[in-house]
Design a protein around this ligand. Structure first.
Ligand SMILES: Cc1cc2nc3c(=O)[nH]c(=O)nc-3n(C[C@H](O)[C@H](O)[C@H](O)COP(=O)(O)O)c2cc1C
Length: 319
């Protein structure tokens, strides 16, 4: 029997709609050391954000637990593009899943150069992180302005034919306009959303808890925001057949189903892995069960199947 969770994403075969998110699974190997964990349970794994030169990241504290979520300001710690391409990619088993690079930079030229390094590598796709809130230069400066976002995408597009996914920021006024500009500039897919900016204060010392003062909020606390952003971006991306990786606070199959119904083709899981590394198996099982209960052969039947006012009225009329 055909796998009901299998789907095509930008021409790539995904065995499950689940994508393990950047920054939450190292460079694709970390979790494979945990007994019972397998990258095969995910349709794809996104590697940690990579810049041209190695980066040490931000001073501590870098993570802090908050109600129903966490703040992080890692600051894109990574060993640099050449190390990732030459030393890390050869160790990955590309039979297990699809691997996606996550590209960051302080200038448009840096984004382009890192993209070029991955273009000549075996990586399956490239995600452009124009929405990192945790670095002083670049990151969010590109992601919060549609014109700047489009220029980054355009520059990367010129250098690769691999699928390009642009990761959008929730910290902006008009995410739909940004999505539209990124698609026009050549993005094949969109990742919605990155973390939401936040902060925490230690009242004893009256200092910010996070070394970087501010951090990115992730986990269940951001789910309703993320869901709305996916719904909004789908209005632009859906008619153009541009797939979305919906993400932000997904911790179970119901969360994943909500994102798919809102318009996501694939669903990202990040923070939830920190407290339940086996979560992919549970989400896959839960989605499969839902499909069986609703006599559906494929998870793709659910994408963007949200019943808005009109459909609900039709439904009421038809019984
Ligand atoms: C510790 C940590 C590190 C992250 N690093 C990156 C990164 O390097 N690049 C990136 O695009 N997103 C990064 N993210 C954002 C996640 O990929 C994801 O978009 C976000 O956490 C929302 O999903 P979640 O609520 O399931 O974690 C990071 C998130 C966390 C928690």
């Amino acid at each position: 029997m055909a796998n009901p969770l299998a789907l095509k994403f930008c021409g790539l075969d995904f065995a499950s709609p689940i994508v393990l998110l950047s920054g939450c699974v190292g460079f694709g190997e970390e979790y494979t050391r945990i007994e019972g964990f397998s990258n095969r349970d995910a349709g794809a794994v996104v590697l940690k954000g990579t810049t041209l030169a190695p980066r040490l990241g931000n001073p501590p504290h870098r993570v802090f637990e908050t109600p129903a979520g966490m703040l992080n300001a890692i600051g894109l710690q990574n060993p640099g593009a050449d190390h990732v391409v030459q030393k890390i990619l050869p160790r990955l088993d590309f039979n297990e899943t699809r691997f996606i690079a996550n590209v960051s930079g302080s200038t448009i030229e840096e984004y382009a150069e890192v993209t070029r390094r991955f273009d000549t590598s075996p990586i399956d796709a490239i995600e452009i992180n124009i929405s990192c809130p945790n670095v002083k230069e670049g990151g969010v400066a590109f992601g919060n302005y549609p014109e700047m976002s489009a220029r980054v995408v355009e520059a990367c597009r010129k250098l690769t034919k691999k699928p390009l996914i642009t990761k959008l920021s929730p910290n902006q006024t008009d995410i739909k306009e940004n999505a539209r500009r990124c698609i026009e500039a050549g993005s094949d897919a969109l990742a919605v959303i990155n973390t939401i900016m936040g902060m925490a204060i230690d009242v004893k010392t009256r200092r910010p808890v996070i070394g970087n003062v501010q951090g990115g909020l992730s986990g269940p606390a951001i789910k309703p925001v993320a869901l709305l952003k996916v719904h909004q971006v789908y209005e632009v991306a859906g008619p153009l057949d541009v797939p979305i990786i919906g993400q932000g606070g997904i911790t179970n199959a119901t969360d994943a189903l909500e994102f798919i119904i809102a318009g996501a083709t694939a669903v990202g899981v990040g923070t939830a892995l920190f407290y339940d590394p086996m979560i992919c198996k549970k989400i896959n099982a839960g989605i499969t069960e839902y499909l069986q209960a609703h006599q559906m052969q494929s998870v793709t039947q659910l994408i963007g199947s949200l019943r808005t006012g009109k459909e609900i009225q039709d439904c009421a009329v038809s019984g």
